[in-house]
Write a protein that binds this ligand. Sequence first.
Ligand code: SAM
Length: 341
Amino acid sequence: MQYRVKSILLKLVRRSKTAIVAQKIHGNRKMKRRFASGDIETLHGSTHQTKTITESLAYIEEQFDDYLQYSGLKRDDLHDKRVLELGFGDNVGVALKFLASGAAEVICLDKFYSRRDLAQQKEIYKALRSNLREEEKTRFDRAINLNSAIEIDSARLRCINGVALEAAAESLMGEGRPFDLIISRAVLEEIYESDLVFSVMHQLLKPGGYMLHKIDLSDYGMFRSAGMNPLTFLTISERVYRLMASDSGIPNRRPMSYYQGKMEELGYEAKILITDLIDRKGKGDLHPHKEKIELGVDYTESTLAYVDQIRPQLSAAFRELPSEELIVAGIFLIARKPARA
Ligand SMILES: C[S@@+](CC[C@H](N)C(=O)[O-])C[C@H]1O[C@@H](n2cnc3c(N)ncnc32)[C@H](O)[C@@H]1O
């Protein structure tokens, strides 16, 4: 009986906005302290842990194909390129695909160390290799040796864990070799200091180089999975939200227009494609990703109703945004740094 009451109370707490906010503030403080004490191991970013080998391969191939398809780059264009992958999580499969296609070097950088099962990782890499063409296998083998443990040649593939991009910038810039490509998937939304991150990436990128980022603009299910409006997270004041999100990796709430403005400010040639909408959760991405979304095709009046219901409560930074922007839950940013300053 006592157990039932406790479990009902817990359920109620999980469905309360105030309780969720309090829990996230607590989590953020805890995360900040943990990182400061050098405890960087986490399950966050352990994307492959729950996947079968086939699912892992599909995830890696999809990411790599997206980077090429939406940037318009061909495999030959990757020859001798230097790539920086931000927030690679628990697997370097995407980096290996770039190397197998001819990239000279990939640096994978992650603020944390995502826990992983090394035996499973090895199986993923073996399966990835088996799908490659002969010349790709030769390049793959130069980067990674799977004969016994997983041995990586750090001259081709370097993994840096425990350092945020913001902090790694100085040493990466000190190497004096800027990158041709900076890529990420589901990472930029987790970095609270977005302006700083863009200024760092801008410095690390070669003139004419590309940034390719898939960015999740949803609430990561924080309020939505408790049955609330998917835009509930935009009702919280910036002061309180910072306490929830500054160090914890929950979404920073930068809307699509932030990225458009940032690219204009930096003078990049940029395109933003829409990958997801607030009421599509569980349905997967919009394929192909779209430059423009249409009422009656991609979304309906009931999608817009989510915005209408909550607009009066949105915090000032979001209240005036167009409904067509507020319903966007994910984007793919393709941006090219000008060839000359
Ligand atoms: C949602 S996971 C995505 C992992 C991987 N890209 C994937 O698609 O499976 C976000 C990753 O970004 C990393 N991350 C968060 N903030 C970061 C920062 N400031 N610098 C570098 N990596 C960061 C996290 O540790 C985590 O591994």
